[in-house]
Design a protein around this ligand. Structure first.
Ligand SMILES: [Zn+2]
Length: 359
């Protein structure tokens, strides 16, 4: 059985397969309307994220299946102190697949390792959100025809923005993708993303703080929110806050066929006068997210039908119980009975398997 915790759990062939299923769903929605008849998805949302939960639920309903679940920790047994692994074992008796959102990094992995049904990570703290990345990929594919030879700009908070790290990782598997990283100095992309992805896959990339100078070269512009609380220097925030707002006037510097993406919700980083421009694709991303979730649910249920064996990590490099992760938002910190799991990385450090933090 398979689960999807991180986008890297999917091979490039599997991602291409999901994109193919998605185009078929778009062409023939009727063909899919009963594919999951009799199947249930459990949406286990330990923190509220109405948008993502409704996307998973609509995806299952459009496949003819049904939905059970909860929308916040206070309406689940977590408020009584039930562990993630017990929750997963119990829910495995009711449902066929789980979509889990949890504030602790690594919680969906714990569910996948302990339950008997496939788990999709619907966002675990600041760690991974693979179905957002799938939505982004389908949007780029539909609007630009593919991924090879594109120049993709990321603008805003590149330090904390997990969606950005994840999509850069996914794009690293295609040919000749050029990355333009546009951010204030304080919110530059972390060095581990450079080492583990950009340098490792020899990606062509530049770093700049100017959105306006970068715009003419971009095929795709991916905007994210710059949050005031991320700045240590208030003057720096005041100086920069408007330079990362995309408006109609700035968009005029972009090519006619540039597309603008944003994982939503936006605050003010894209002004509403951009919404009716044909290059604005962020609401299309929402629809594409639902379609990719449909494709992923189908893929995982299909695998589970043929292979009922329990999900395992199957990695002989993992060492157990040797290290204790110190990341305060790691699930292994909250649920003390979990065994420590770490993997050696290139520079001699070890990396927590739950949350990917190095120590
Ligand atoms: Zn950890």
């Amino acid at each position: 059985m398979r689960s999807v915790i991180d986008i890297v759990d999917l091979s490039v062939e599997e991602i291409n397969g999901l994109l193919k299923t998605a185009s078929d769903i778009i062409k023939n929605p009727k063909k899919y309307s009963k594919k999951c008849k009799g199947k249930k998805i459990a949406t286990l949302f330990f923190e509220p994220s109405t948008r993502t939960r409704l996307s998973f639920e609509s995806a299952m309903l459009e496949l003819g299946g049904s939905v059970i679940g909860f929308s916040s920790a206070s309406s689940s047994s977590a408020s009584k102190g039930e562990s993630v692994s017990d929750t997963a074992k119990v829910i495995s008796k009711y449902a066929d697949i789980i979509a889990m959102r949890h504030p602790k990094e690594g919680a969906p992995l714990v569910a996948a390792l302990n339950g008997d049904i496939p788990v999709i990570n619907a966002g675990d703290g600041g760690h991974c959100h693979p179905t957002q990345t799938l939505a982004d990929l389908l949007t780029i594919k539909r609007e630009k025809g593919g991924f090879d030879n594109l120049t993709v700009g990321f603008c805003g908070d590149l330090k904390y923005g997990r969606t950005v790290h994840s999509i850069i990782g996914a794009l690293s598997r295609y040919n000749n993708v050029k990355i333009v990283l546009i951010s204030p100095n304080e919110l530059k992309i972390p060095s581990y993303v450079k080492e583990d992805v950009l340098d490792k896959f020899n990606m062509d990339y530049i770093e700049t703080d100017s959105l306006e100078d970068s715009l003419p070269s971009l095929d795709v512009l991916y905007m994210t929110r710059v949050q005031e609380e991320r700045f240590t220097d208030r003057n720096e925030y005041e100086r920069l806050k408007d330079s990362y707002v995309l408006n109609k006037e700035k968009l005029n510097k972009a090519k006619e066929d540039t597309i603008v993406l944003h994982p939503l919700p936006r605050v003010n980083e894209i002004s509403i006068d951009v919404d009716d421009d044909k290059r604005a694709c962020y609401f299309k991303q929402v629809e594409n997210g639902k379609i990719m979730r449909m494709a992923l649910i189908l893929m995982l249920l299909d695998i589970a039908k043929k292979d009922k064996s329990k999900f395992t990590l199957n990695d002989n490099k993992i060492v157990y119980n040797k290290f204790k992760c110190s990341n305060p938002v790691c699930i292994s910190q909250t649920e003390q009975e979990l065994k420590g799991m770490a993997k050696p990385v290139d520079n001699g450090n070890y990396r927590c398997v739950y949350c990917d933090k190095d120590f």
